[in-house]
Design a protein around this ligand. Structure first.
Ligand code: UDP
Length: 476
């Protein structure tokens, strides 16, 4: 029988789909290693997860996993991360609302549950947990988790240096200039490949200064966790380790969880939206590798003109396509005009539209031959594991950098950054699935093999083991 553990980890994500999704997977992995885990959600997120059955299923699966909620300032139906809420607002208001409950959790004694002995906090909250622990005089490990990629964490961290050597700020006419002074990434990123906040046109209160500051605050944490793996990001991780020596790389998290559960089925997916499974029957009826899956994640907004360019390009390519169109995907349209009529009508011949797909399953389906994506980090990892090549059209934050790595470093797809033209879409779809098909098949297969890092003996497997040991030893 497994020894009883006194380790109790508090996991606290930023209330955005990509962050909650990956930190829940981390929480599941820790619970599978018999740690007590308290997962702190905002009410809005918790209600969503409850509505779609995720909380009930998780509680049933993991006896040592518990949830606590903090109030937030969002109404039911108003999704944090939607166009009305900037990242800065979300983190600020969540931090403010979380403090009283965090204080209470950290000092309270509950019969049957060990005291919190470690905090894993979303790195985006900066010094929140460190400040609270110091205010309460508590000395427990505080670990930062970043939901974004390592290849973006590094430029975030390096922003002040880029200013020092005059590579920043950038002007509109600099977009194709190469960034020279970033160790491990010399002459790899063009200005347009830097995180979106570095652009002159960048708006909102998630400014470069703010991103650089909260990244720097991770230096004060006891350890850092990244959702990547050694074989994918080795050179960048060596650079990051120079500043963050206690670094755990345990990704791809979704794959790690699927392999650890060893049930032969995909892990319980964190569901924020009503999943429409009708597309799976449609996929079953399509020839192998014939379908382009199109999804821009949970919060990308496209203009109506852009949507039409994508649609015309897909139709002209004469390929089949499965397209995720969230009801709030298109900017500035009314609810009665959810999908432009010509798109809905014209899609019937070769395409299928859903509001939200079971993405991991779609990517793993044999009919799926390509992914037109916004290069969100979770989507990128899911595509990489499934061996599906990508056409990247990044929206914001780390997506610009992820896109550059997919096309230039990992050779897993094509870069359509800053372009939205039907002819380009058509050509790229045909390149991906016909003209350069063999080349992408080779590189995606090779990369898929490397993702076995999560199997026993692999680098991510060992890193998770080390993380669990570290948490346990700090809880003695
Ligand atoms: N996703 C999904 N169904 C969809 C679209 C997306 O399940 O129809 C999931 C996808 O599998 C991924 C997450 O939503 O895990 C999107 O995360 P990502 O980091 O790629 O982008 P974000 O939504 O944070 O912009």
């Amino acid at each position: 029988m497994e020894e009883a553990t006194v380790a109790h980890v508090l996991v606290f994500p930023c209330p955005l789909q990509g962050h909650v999704g990956s930190m829940l997977k981390l929480a599941e992995l820790l619970a599978l290693h018999h740690l007590h885990v308290t997962f702190l959600n905002t009410e809005c997120i918790h209600n969503r997860l409850t509505r779609f059955g995720a909380i009930e299923a998780l509680l049933e699966c993991y006896p040592t996993l518990h949830f606590k909620t903090i109030s937030d300032c969002y109404n039911e139906g108003q999704h944090p991360g939607s166009r009305d809420n900037s990242m800065g607002d979300i983190t600020l208001s969540t931090t403010l609302h979380a403090k009283p409950l965090l204080r209470q959790i950290l000092v309270s004694e509950n019969p049957g549950t060990p005291k919190v002995s470690c905090i894993i906090q979303d790195g985006i909250f900066g010094s929140l947990a460190i400040d609270l622990a110091s205010e309460l005089g508590i000395r427990i490990p505080i670990i930062h988790f970043r939901a974004s990629s390592a290849c973006c964490f590094w430029p975030y961290f390096w922003i002040p240096k880029l200013f020092e050597c005059k590579e920043l700020p950038i002007r509109d006419e600099d977009m194709d200039r190469m960034i020279r002074n970033m160790p491990g990434m010399e002459n790899l990123l063009r200005c347009r490949d830097l995180p979106s906040f570095c652009r002159p046109s960048s708006q909102g209160n998630m400014s470069m200064d703010w991103v650089a500051l909260q990244t720097k605050q991770s230096l004060e944490a006891d350890a850092l966790i990244l959702n990547t793996f050694e074989e994918l990001d080795g050179p960048i991780l060596s650079q990051i380790r120079l500043h963050f020596p206690k670094l755990y790389t345990i990704g791809p998290l979704h794959h790690h969880l699927n392999v650890t559960k060893a049930t032969g089925i995909l892990s319980l997916r964190t569901v924020f939206f009503q999943v429409d499974r009708s597309c799976m029957a449609w996929l079953d009826a399509q020839p192998q590798g014939s379908v382009i899956y199109v999804s821009f994640g949970s919060s990308t907004i496209v203009k109506r003109e852009e949507l039409m360019e994508f649609w015309h390009g897909l139709v002209s390519s004469k390929k089949r396509f499965l397209w995720v169109m969230r009801h709030d995907l298109v900017a500035g349209k009314g609810n009665d005009d959810r999908i432009p009529a010509e798109v809905e009508e014209g899609t019937k011949e070769k395409g299928f539209i859903v509001e939200w797909a079971p993405q991991e399953e779609v990517l793993a389906h044999k009919a799926t031959g390509g992914f037109l994506t916004h290069s969100g980090w979770n989507s990128t990892l899911e595509s990489l594991v499934a061996g599906v090549p990508m056409i990247c059209w990044p929206y914001f934050a780390d997506q610009q950098v992820n896109n550059r790595f997919v096309s230039e470093v990992w050779k897993l797809g094509l870069d359509m950054k800053d372009v939205c033209d039907r002819h380009v879409v058509e050509n790229m779809v045909n390149d991906l699935t016909d003209h350069r098909k063999e080349e992408f098949l080779r590189s995606t297969q090779e990369m898929g093999m490397l993702a076995h890092s999560v199997s026993p003996g692999g680098s991510s497997y060992s890193s998770l083991h080390d993380l669990v040991q570290y948490i346990k030893s700090a809880s003695q």
